[in-house]
Design a binder for this molecule. Structure first.
Ligand SMILES: *Cc1c(COP(=O)(O)O)cnc(C)c1O
Length: 407
């Protein structure tokens, strides 16, 4: 690499080692671990058996035999890759069937199946608004909504998390004719839910559209996991024509990819205008077959969602005693995402390490993913956890809470 003798002058490339060292000094270096699933929520991590509270596989479907078999059968029938954009040859009959089933499942007119959630949001926002239009974005929105907002070149108005009075005032003051509100339905790092009926009402009042990202609500919220719109009864005949619903398929659905759903006309517009749909290789049919199996499991195995709900209740009931005497805060959440705010980056890492020593894998989330001074443990609960697993986590947290004083 260094054999080109003409390239010996100073370069900004030479600063990168120092910049990496600065990240390390601020406890911001991110490290990956090599993991392999074992049984339940247990993983083999860098060779060691650990109980994981870090997976978004909220119903344990990624390991479900019906999904495995459906994907294998899909690979036999269609091959592994899709071969092209859905606009050319990649729109297999499996993907088409999945789109119909997704629309029916979430109670909206039509759906589009994408290969990844990040690319979906980064690309549907610019399909909906552009320069001269106005965007209103909750401060805690996921990074891919923010990137979509930037790509759109619309004027971005950020409102404080869940502050609908501020949102109302910002929309009132905006002269833009086209307005789009974007919000997570379940906030990915806090676990709380958006007030969807109030957001829809504001959008009606201001002639705005509402894009809801239900990555953490699909499969978890609403009857049978039909999602956050179903949870508030705004589907079917009560669906709003102003809502663009988006959810990912790599979390509770246990596979990969994402979809967008809404009215016939909005989805047709997105099909015409979304660059990550047109200019990317379609999701493989074998994965579409896996997701179709997940939808059947959502419907036929209600015990999974019930188990997740019991785990959430058991965890929350045990937390006050476990963390008593610490300045830590468990944020309010009825979803699978439970945030324990610790504060400083190095404290959060220390608690994570204490849990890891006890064989519990709980990720510390630090800035810039969350606000400065709000480093936290993001505890992801799953139907794959047994009651004993929840109790082990509570014991580990109680131990970590006592740790600094014992040391
Ligand atoms: C995970 C996530 C995404 C991205 O979805 P991928 O399919 O993983 O690319 C989008 N939005 C939210 C809120 C997420 O948590």
């Amino acid at each position: 690499m260094t054999s080109d003798t003409h390239d010996l002058g100073p370069s900004w490339l030479d600063e990168i080692p120092q910049r990496l060292a600065a990240l390390d000094a601020a406890h911001l270096t991110r490290r990956r671990r090599e993991a392999r699933p074992e049984d339940g929520a247990w993983l083999r991590v860098d060779g060691r058996r650990m109980l994981a509270f870090c997976s978004n596989d909220y119903l344990g479907l990624s390991q479900h035999p019906a999904l495995r078999e459906a994907a294998i059968a899909g690979a036999r029938r269609y091959g592994v890759g899709s071969g092209g954009s859905p606009m050319v040859s990649g729109h297999s009959e499996a993907n088409a069937a999945l789109e119909r089933e997704l629309a029916e499942f979430v109670g909206l007119e039509r759906a589009l199946y994408f290969y990844a959630g990040y690319a979906t949001n980064a690309s549907i926002v610019p399909a909906l608004v552009g320069p001269g239009d106005a965007l209103f974005s909750d401060a805690l929105n996921h990074a891919c909504l923010i990137d979509g907002a930037r790509l759109s070149k619309a004027t971005i108005h950020r409102f404080e998390h869940a502050d609908l009075a501020q949102l109302d005032a910002l929309m009132q003051a905006s002269p833009a004719r086209r307005k789009l509100v974007i919000s997570d339905a379940v906030f990915s790092m806090d676990g709380d839910v958006a007030d969807i009926p109030a957001l829809i009402a504001l959008c009606e009042q201001h002639d705005a559209l509402l894009l809801l990202d239900d990555a953490h609500g699909f499969g978890v919220c609403g009857p049978q996991g039909r999602g956050s719109l179903a949870a508030v009864g705004r589907t079917g005949a009560r669906a709003s024509r102003r809502v663009v619903y988006m959810a990912t398929l790599g979390k509770a659905a246990g596979v990969a990819g994402a979809f967008v759903a809404g009215s016939q006309v909005l989805v047709e517009w997105l099909l015409q205008k979304t660059r990550s749909y047109t200019f990317a290789t379609a999701a493989p049919a074998m994965l579409a077959e896996g997701v179709r199996a997940a939808l059947r499991v959502f419907r036929d195995e209600p015990a999974r969602l019930a188990q997740l709900q019991r785990n959430i209740a058991r965890f929350r009931a045990g937390m006050p005693a476990a963390i008593e005497g610490t300045p830590w805060t468990l944020l309010p959440s009825e979803t699978a995402v439970q945030a324990l705010v610790i504060g400083a980056n190095d404290d959060a890492l220390r608690v994570m390490q204490s849990l890891a020593d006890a064989g519990l894998w709980v990720p510390a989330i630090r800035p810039p993913t969350v606000a400065e001074g709000s480093a936290r443990l993001r505890i992801a609960l799953s139907a794959a956890h047994a009651e004993d697993d929840i109790d082990a986590l509570l014991r580990g947290l109680a131990q970590a809470a006592r740790g600094p004083r014992d040391a």
